[in-house]
Design a protein around this ligand. Structure first.
Ligand code: 5RP
Length: 211
């Protein structure tokens, strides 16, 4: 599987155009992409990063990290996922970076998702759904999740780059991810839901195979 992650990270390089500012996700698959991107550092203008972790790796390679507020719309975003369904809808947030990832995905024309084959599912939900919450809303959101048949588990000890907490929801078979994403997005205290369904990936690379 880790070879497939490496193949996917390297295959995503073909979508990088000269002069681009590249949106960069987070995780072990993206780490391969960043390593490959280092070879192109002279040909790109820089990157917008979704996490402190990716920022550190980009800077180590001498790639300039830019503020999304100063770049305008991006042409390309490359990121991994925890699950991917046949419609390219995703669960993300295993690395707790979902909010910034979602912002950059929304700001990008093309979202290339890089995964290994273990991430492919028919129905989302086997991987617990990460939700970033404002700390004081943790119990409130836990109750709302339980009312909807989910089993909320606080990712104790994890603080996101935005200073918030993560709840992982077990036990949901997510047959309508767009509706669930919309429903949860209405709840005060939820910062981001790790469902990328309203804005799915445009292209998915499973290893070096495009689907
Ligand atoms: C981080 C993410 C990652 O993309 C997801 O967890 C996949 O990570 P990996 O490439 O290490 O399997 O959503 O918030």
């Amino acid at each position: 599987m880790s070879n497939e992650k490496k193949l996917a990270g390297e295959a995503a390089i073909r979508f990088v155009e000269d002069g681009a500012i590249v949106g960069v996700g987070t995780g072990s698959t993206v780490a391969y992409f960043i390593d490959a991107l280092a070879d192109l550092r002279e040909r790109i203008r820089g990157a917008v990063s979704s996490s402190e972790q990716s920022t550190a790796q980009l800077k180590k390679h001498g790639i300039e990290v830019l503020d999304l507020n100063s770049t305008g719309q991006l042409t390309l975003y490359v990121d991994g996922a925890d699950e991917c369904d046949p419609h390219k809808r995703l669960i993300k947030g295993g690395g707790a970076a979902l909010t910034r990832e979602k912002i950059i995905a929304e700001a990008s024309e093309k979202f290339v998702c890089i995964i290994d084959s273990s991430k492919q599912v028919d129905v989302l939900g086997k991987f617990p759904l990460p939700i970033e919450v404002i700390p004081m809303a943790r119990s409130l959101i836990g109750r709302e999740i339980a009312r909807r048949g989910g089993h909320p588990v606080w990712r104790d000890g994890v603080v996101t780059d935005n200073g918030n907490w993560i709840i992982d929801v077990h036990g949901w078979q997510i047959t309508d991810p767009v509706a669930l994403e919309q429903d949860l997005n209405q709840l005060p205290g939820i910062v981001s839901v790790g469902l990328f369904a309203r804005r799915p990936a445009d292209i998915v690379l499973v290893g070096d195979r495009q689907i």
